[in-house]
Design a binder for this molecule. Structure first.
Ligand code: ADP
Ligand code: MG
Length: 237
């Protein structure tokens, strides 16, 4: 994305954001609450619309062209803080819905693929349950499996562990680490700095709608350049 600006009404939420991500890169985005982190990643699959600048995903530019938006949404998987599973569908149905309706995949094939990803996140035995019967950590792993069922090229995570009880954070982070090890391109908004240190190729600090600084984790944590970054890190570490 280049020179991206976004306003909510009068409020200038993204200010000249420039960010390019190469294939297989793992990026962690952090920053104070309200700094525009969610807005930034939501712009990447058009859950929010930017007003200025260019966003290009896998060679397709995000414009008002619905066809482009559809192409990009197929390439980009998203996992939210609040899981956002369909409560009236089973785990398996949550995972097969988009492949069947968006990709027109035959049901049997979609189920086979879904089971493979449920095994991957280590909950194949929960396939026929409803989200409400699962723990938060299990629901979040379903959300990850559901996104993977569309074979995305990029995965976006928006504070995937923030709504979880502490004992469930690790199982979700482990799933994300294993995805990273497989070479998935990932943009993760998270304050899990252990995850950032061990997995990220680059850590980005945002404040008031701007990217203030970015660096590889070692330099970012040990030698932050900006006073605002230092202040933020001193509050969360
Ligand atoms: P973060 O994820 O870093 O906490 P957000 O991207 O959610 O920040 O929000 C950035 C700012 O934009 C906040 O001040 C928030 O109140 C505001 N905001 C977010 N969504 C909307 C919206 N739909 N309409 C108006 N303001 C919004
Ligand atoms: Mg947010």
């Amino acid at each position: 994305m280049a020179g991206v600006h976004k306003w909510y009404g009068e409020f200038h939420v993204l200010r000249d954001v420039n960010l390019s991500v190469t294939q297989g890169e793992r990026i962690v985005i952090c920053g104070p609450s309200g700094s525009g982190k969610s807005t930034l990643i939501r712009c990447l699959n058009r859950l929010e619309e930017h007003q200025k600048g260019r966003i290009v995903v896998e060679g397709t530019e995000l414009t008002n062209d619905v066809k482009n938006i559809e192409i990009i949404r197929r390439e980009v998987g998203m996992v939210f803080q609040q899981f956002n599973l369909f409560p009236h569908l089973t785990v398996l149905e949550n995972c097969t819905l988009a492949p069947i309706w968006v990709k027109k995949m035959p049901k049997a094939e979609a189920e086979k693929i879904a089971m493979r990803y449920l095994e991957r996140v280590r909950i194949p035995d929960q396939a026929l349950k409803y989200p409400g019967q699962l723990s938060g950590g299990q629901q979040q792993r379903v959300a990850i499996a559901r996104a993977l069922c569309m074979s995305p090229k990029i995965m976006l995570f928006d504070e995937p562990t923030s709504a979880l009880d502490p004992e469930m954070v690790k199982e979700v982070l482990d799933t994300m680490i294993s995805l990273a090890e497989d070479g998935m391109t990932m943009l993760c908004v998270t304050h899990e700095m252990g995850f950032a240190k061990s997995v990220a190729d680059r850590v980005i600090f945002m404040d008031r709608g701007e990217i203030i600084e970015q660096n590889e984790p070692d330099a970012f944590f040990n030698n932050p350049q900006s006073e605002r970054t230092r202040l933020f890190l001193s509050q969360i570490l």
